[in-house]
Write a protein that binds this ligand. Sequence first.
Ligand SMILES: Cc1cc2nc3c(=O)[nH]c(=O)nc-3n(C[C@H](O)[C@H](O)[C@H](O)COP(=O)(O)O)c2cc1C
Length: 172
Amino acid sequence: MTKLVVLGVCGSVAAIESPKLARELARRGISTVSVMSASARRIIHPDVMEWATDSEVITEITGKVEHVKLCGVGGKASLLLICPATANTISKIANGIDDTPVTTFATTALGSGIPVVIVPAMHSSMYKNPFVVENLKKLKKNKVRVIEPRFEEDKAKLADIKEIADIVLEGI
Ligand SMILES: Cc1cc2nc3c(=O)[nH]c(=O)nc-3n(C[C@H](O)[C@H](O)[C@H](O)COP(=O)(O)O)c2cc1C
C-alpha cells in the first residue's frame, strides 16, 4: 500500500526545495499532502505544492479537522516531515505552542506517536541562537528526528533532498 507523508512547509527561502522533495518522495512511491504556514505562502505559492503533491494543500485547519484525520491516532499519515523548518516553528513545537497549521500537525503527530522528522534551514546566526539550540535538543530528546543542515556561506542550509528522502523512507 502507498505510504502517505504530511509535508509541512515553513517560511524559509529553502521552501523553494519543498516541491522538489515532494517529487523525489513520489519517485520512491510515497504520496504527500502539504501543509503550509502563512509565512511559507509568502515564499512559494500553494499551487506549486498542489502540483508537486497532486493533492489539495492545507493552509488552515478547518471543520474537516485535517490534522486529526491525517496525524491523529489511526490517522492516514505514516510520518510528518517538516521541511524546511524555521527557527520559529522549531521553537514553537519544542514548547508546545500551536498557532499555525504546521504546528497544529506537529502537536497532533507528537501526541499520537506518528514519527516526526524536522529539517532546519536558516542563517547560522539563527541556528546558533542558544534558545534554538536548546529547543532542537528538546525535540531530539522527545524522539523527533532532526536532519542536520549543511553549513555553507554562513548558512545552515537544508540537507540534501535525496538524503532527506532516504531518511523518510527508512522512517515509515
Ligand atoms: C525571504 C525570507 C526568508 C526567510 N528565511 C528564513 C529561514 O531560512 N529560516 C528561518 O528560520 N526563518 C526565515 N525567515 C523568517 C521566517 O519566515 C519567520 O520567522 C516566520 O515567522 C516563520 O513562520 P513559520 O515558522 O510559521 O513559517 C525568512 C523570512 C523571509 C521573509
